[in-house]
Structures are given as structure tokens and as C-alpha cells.
Design a protein around this ligand. Structure first.
Ligand SMILES: Cc1ncc(COP(=O)(O)O)c(C=O)c1O
Length: 341
């Protein structure tokens, strides 16, 4: 059998030789003293790209999200998020652990609308805890990388603003939403007070996320980063990877999206699942309700395609920088053999 194909996540991609060269050549300084020229340049570039005044480089998307929670909301308040958001299901209950904030889901995993938010805010008159932060995600990871329609997000943002509630977007894959929708990054980011983006997913960096927002918000987030143990020193080597990715790895996400679509088209007729048409780089396969996806994943892995369940009765395949057309063809063949045998 030829090489193993890893479709567990877009986080598994490896830095390219050109990215490694950029990292090796990076000028560095101590970022705790705001002395690292590469970090400062990356933060300025991401802030400009997303149309926000300031930015902060962080080690991970989870830390970026948790710093956003701690900076916007107060202990005893509620983070009202789209159902099954990463912050709700895959961050180990950190809003409660780190910030004393309770997570409450709105709508379903494809999004919620402004009226649903408004209805929740009305319950505060009946003693429900105050919503201190409204949370959207784009693309919607657990839904299978779906793009949350921009006008719907704008309506949520405007309603939250009318009630003076801050809004955050987990934009770990906002780059994919940008390429899929054709809307500029700054437009996508304009419907929130703060946005977190990941460099280590579709953009192919080894480490890094960036949080953007107003100057005052980012100054407070910088202090929280220190409190959470995430302060960085000669992080220019990481920032250089990010700057390289901004230049070379955004437009190419269209290839990932095309390949995800090819996987879906070639595998959707298998009788064991319903394949959800992908909008970006994630293909979701839903099994009949209550059926364990893990045995099917194990059969696929045994044929040399790494994957895992998305939920108990769902499988996901994620396309990334390390997956070419040949790997897509081989995946189709191996998955068909695994599941039709
Ligand atoms: C939507 C979303 N947000 C946040 C994160 C967290 O990123 P990290 O793994 O860098 O902590 C992920 C990771 O997969 C994600 O998919």
C-alpha cells in the first residue's frame, strides 16, 4: 500500500520547505517587550486584513477563544453561542473553568438568527443570567465547514449591538469562508467586535492564532494572555510562518474546496451514509441515527486513510495543504474498498 493519507483534520498539514526557510530567516526579538519585528509585522498585517485596529498573536485557537471570553464577559455571565460551537464542545468546558462563564447554545449547529438572540435576551427580565457575550463561528466546523450566510450574521450583530452586547466570531476557518463566499476578510470580520483566526489549519502553519479587535480590547487581551501563560518571546519564527501563509496559502484554499467536493461526489452513493455537500474543505458523512461511526472509521483507517468520527454517528474527512489530486483518487478507492468489502 502506498503512503497513509491523513484526513483527520487540516491541522495535520506540515510546513512547506518555503515556509521553513521563511521561519529560519525571520528577524526576532522579545515579544513580551513588543520587540519582535516579525510578530509586530504579522499582527499589523492581520489587523489590516480583518479591518480591526489591533491584533495579538497567540499559541492556539483555543487560547484565542478563551482570552476573548475572559476579556469580554464577567464571571456569572452567559456566553450565548451557536449550538455545538467549538467553544461549547471541544474546549474542555474552559469558559466555566477559566472565566466563570456559562455556555448556552442558541439555534442549531447551522447557526441562529437575530430573533432567537432577542428572545433569549428578553428572558433576562425573568431572572435568567445576563448574556455577556454573543458567539458566532465561521466556517461552522461541526456542521461540516458550512459558511454562515453573511447577512444573517450581520442581523445578529446589529441586534446584539442594539442591546449593547459584545460579539465574537471564532474564525478559525474564516479564510475558507472568504474563499468560498468571495467576500473580503474585512467584510466577514465587520459583523463582530472581535475575531479569532487560526494560522495552523488551512493556512498550514505549525502554530499560531491571531485575535483582533479594538486597541483597548487587545491591550486587555494581552494582559490576559500573560495571565493564562501564553506570553511569547522570540515568536518571530512562528510569525514568519504566518506571514508566509498570508501571502501564499489563502488563494490555494480553493483547491482544498474543489478536492473536498470531488471526495463528496465520488463517495456520496455509498449506501452506509448520507454525504453532506461540502461548501469548503470538510466533508461530513451522516450515518443512521444512533449508529456508531467508529467501526466504519476503523475499516477506513485499516486501508490507509486516517479519519475519525465527527460525532457519534458521523464521520468527517478534511482536505488540506498536504492532500493532492492523487491522494483524493486514492482515498476514493480505499474508502470504497473499505466500505463495500
Ligand atoms: C472552529 C474551531 N475553533 C477553534 C479551534 C481551536 O484551535 P486550536 O486547536 O489551535 O486550539 C478549532 C480547532 O480545530 C476549531 O475547529
Amino acid at each position: 500500500m502506498t503512503a497513509v493519507i491523513d484526513l483527520r483534520s487540516d491541522t495535520v498539514s506540515k510546513p512547506t520547505p518555503a515556509m521553513r526557510a521563511a521561519m529560519a530567516a525571520a528577524p526576532v526579538g522579545d515579544d513580551c517587550y513588543a520587540d519582535d519585528p516579525s510578530v509586530n509585522a504579522l499582527e499589523a498585517e492581520v489587523a489590516a486584513l480583518l479591518g480591526k485596529p489591533a491584533a495579538l498573536l497567540l499559541p492556539s485557537g483555543t487560547m484565542a477563544n478563551q482570552i476573548a471570553v475572559a476579556t469580554h464577559a464577567r464571571p456569572g455571565e452567559v456566553l450565548a453561542c451557536v449550538a455545538e460551537a467549538h467553544v461549547q464542545v471541544h474546549e474542555d468546558a474552559s469558559p466555566a473553568r477559566l472565566s466563570g462563564v456559562q455556555v448556552e447554545a442558541l439555534g442549531d449547529r447551522a447557526g441562529f438568527d437575530a430573533d432567537t438572540l432577542a428572545a433569549r435576551l428578553l428572558e433576562e427580565r425573568c431572572g435568567w443570567p445576563r448574556v455577556g457575550l454573543v458567539w458566532m463561528e465561521n466556517t461552522l466546523g461541526l456542521a461540516g465547514g458550512l459558511v454562515w450566510p453573511h447577512e444573517a450574521m450581520r442581523a445578529v450583530f446589529e441586534r446584539a449591538q442594539a442591546h449593547r452586547r459584545p460579539v465574537h466570531i471564532d474564525g478559525a476557518r474564516l479564510w475558507n469562508a472568504h474563499v468560498a463566499s468571495g467576500l473580503p476578510m474585512r467584510t466577514l470580520a465587520s459583523v463582530a467586535d472581535s475575531v479569532s483566526v487560526c494560522l495552523s489549519k488551512g493556512l498550514g502553519c505549525p502554530v499560531g492564532s491571531v485575535l483582533v479587535g479594538e486597541h483597548d480590547f487587545i491591550a486587555r487581551a494581552r494582559a490576559t494572555r500573560h495571565a493564562f501563560g501564553g506570553a511569547l518571546r522570540q515568536a518571530g519564527v512562528l510569525a514568519a510562518a504566518g506571514r508566509h501563509a498570508l501571502e501564499h496559502h489563502i488563494a490555494r484554499l480553493a483547491d482544498d474546496h474543489r478536492r473536498a467536493r470531488a471526495l463528496w461526489a465520488e463517495l456520496k452513493d455509498l449506501p452506509c451514509w448520507t454525504a453532506i455537500e461540502p461548501q469548503t474543505n470538510i466533508v461530513r458523512f451522516d450515518l443512521p441515527a444512533g449508529e456508531d461511526a467508529e467501526p466504519l472509521c476503523a475499516r477506513i483507517r485499516a486501508r490507509g486513510v486516517l479519519c475519525h468520527p465527527n460525532k457519534y454517528a458521523e464521520i468527517r474527512l478534511v482536505v488540506h495543504l498536504g492532500v493532492d489530486d492523487e491522494a483524493v483518487e486514492a482515498t476514493v478507492q480505499r474508502v470504497r474498498e473499505a466500505l463495500l468489502a
